[in-house]
Design a protein. Sequence first.
Length: 66
Amino acid sequence: MIAEQKMACPSCNSDIFFSIPLLIAGASFTCTHCSAHVKLAGSSAPDVKASYDKYLELKKNALAKN
C-alpha cells in the first residue's frame, strides 16, 4: 500500500504529505509552512477510491506473477 504521497500546497507550493486511504475517508491535510488545509471534494471520493482500488489490484496481480 502507498503509505504517503505528497502534493504541492495550493497556497504556497510547499509539499503537503497525505495518505490516499485517509484522503478517501475524508481527512484533511495541513501545509506545515502556511497552515492551508486541503481535502478531497466529497463528490470526487468515489472516483478516487475506484482508481485507487484498481491500482491496488493491478499491483497485487503484478506481484503475484513474480
